[in-house]
Design a protein. Structure first.
Length: 463
């Protein structure tokens, strides 16, 4: 046996002699029992008494941190990680245990981030345990060891990370409870207001008591708003101003006497129907659907989501909130829940949308206990939280469609204009889009250029 970088390595001749001796003692089943190719018969796990690590030719259960590696592999299997990933992460744990055990004279002190960083920075660059180029040796080591620390913290083996609570935590939580219980605001609205208030309170340092906050002047609030809202549009600026005014109104209701600060940050005036929605022509929408490659990673999922955007004009939050129980296959109906308003609406399930969802469920959706239809492709396969706007912007570019806005909302506007040009009433369009007021749908009439030309005045008459 030789050692390299503190890591004992068997020689080739020694490995061959040891394998031959083991085969003679245990028969021909020894090698097949340790081979990773036989793991599929046990659900992706090695057989119970043969946790082969592929690095040191010893069983995992007999190696330092071997039991932890076995528990980690089982934990990753339950969370949907691939067999190869589980094996690589387990190898990393055994590798760390072997080196750490040798460096500390056959004793393994408690693990932490410092030990793992030293192992990655000092040992891996000179270690030949992995038959990979130097740049590839950390590919599975770091994430595997991070999963190990997370597992040990959940088991109580090592102490959890001490999270420092900001001094404004209780104040912010109190106002959030007020918005939820007393004002009945939606969760999305509360999250939006919390983001601006967190930035404001963090900018005050430790002076975040109600007494110190009420001693500020309107110029202080306006200076923060100008700094924080330098890149915000009209709507986002008004959200910032509303969050600050609502917060100081709550402090005033609590008896802190700060009514003079409620309107310190003015709202930006927005005229009704002043904006013109950005929409694609229906030919461009069909061209966008054609360029989607369903054979690429997450192709079936993204195509089904894109078809929902184009067919029903759904918001991104509505698509992510769709659950398996929301589709009635016997009646060809789909129930859409709107987190923005807390209401639901039923729409007919078209054949194209139904087939796209079925293709995703059968071919691509990972096994999960979650009831949401669209899940992340990365373990542990949680409900989809990220937006599809970046992916959609790339597909618009691939289709040769230039638009000032590349988000999913552009397909919502495109459907409304397509229905309006097809002769649908504003009431029908509002029912599909989930509008509560006809005035919200009325803005799409500005894009019906053909009808607007029929009522346009003659320039000579106007002059």
């Amino acid at each position: 046996m030789i050692s390299f970088g503190g890591c004992p390595l068997p020689t080739r001749s020694g490995v061959r002699q040891e394998l031959s001796a083991n085969s003679a003692r245990s028969g021909s089943t020894y090698r097949s029992r340790l081979s990773p190719s036989t793991w599929s018969a046990t659900g992706g796990l090695p057989p119970p008494r043969a946790f082969w690590n592929g690095l040191f030719d010893t069983r995992w259960e007999d190696a330092p941190l071997g039991p932890e590696a076995i528990r980690l592999v089982r934990r990753l299997r339950d969370r949907g990680f691939a067999e190869r990933t589980r094996r690589e992460f387990g190898h990393a744990v055994v590798h760390l245990g072997k080196v750490h055990y040798a460096e500390n004279e056959n004793a393994c002190p408690a693990l932490d981030e410092t030990i793992i960083e030293d192992f990655i920075r000092k040992h891996l660059p000179i270690c030949c345990c992995y038959r990979r180029p130097p740049g590839k040796r950390q590919e599975h080591v770091r994430p595997g060891l991070m999963h190990l620390l997370a597992m040990l913290r959940e088991e109580g083996v090592i102490s959890p990370i001490a999270s420092s609570t900001p001094p404004y935590h209780e104040l912010l939580e109190g106002y959030s409870r007020f918005m939820h219980r007393d004002r009945g605001l939606a969760e999305t609205t509360i999250t939006n207001y919390r983001r601006y208030l967190r930035d404001f309170l963090a900018s005050r340092g430790d002076a975040v008591s109600p007494t110190e906050l009420t001693q500020l002047t309107p110029d202080d609030l306006l200076a923060f708003s100008r700094q924080r809202g330098v890149a915000l549009g009209h709507t986002a600026w008004n959200h910032l101003a509303t969050s600050l005014s609502g917060f100081y109104r709550w402090l005033d209701l609590c008896g802190h006497g700060c009514g003079h600060l409620i309107k310190a940050v003015p709202l930006r005036r927005r005229y009704r129907l002043a904006d013109v929605p950005c929409a694609l022509s229906w030919d461009q929408v069909l061209r966008l659907l054609v360029v989607v490659d369903r054979c690429e990673p997450n192709g079936h999922r993204n195509y089904a989501m894109l078809l929902l955007f184009a067919s029903y004009g759904l918001r991104g939050c509505e698509v992510r909130a769709l659950c398996l129980d929301d589709i009635d296959w016997s009646r060809d109906e789909i129930t859409v829940f709107t987190p923005k308003t807390g209401r639901s609406r039923r729409l007919p399930l078209t054949r194209a949308v139904g087939e796209a969802i079925l293709d995703y469920l059968r071919k691509e959706r990972p096994s999960s206990l979650h009831r949401e239809i669209f899940l992340s492709s990365r373990p542990p396969h949680a409900p989809l939280r990220s937006k599809i706007n970046r992916w959609l912007a790339e597909r618009l570019k691939r289709a040769g469609i230039e638009t000032p806005r590349g988000g999913a909302h552009i397909l919502r506007h495109s459907l409304a204009v397509h229905m309006l040009r097809g002769g649908q009433t504003l009431k029908d369009i509002g029912d599909v889009l989930g509008h509560r007021s006809p005035e919200t749908t009325f803005i799409y009439t500005k894009l019906h250029v053909e009808d607007l030309r029929t009522v346009a005045l003659d320039p000579e008459v106007v002059s």
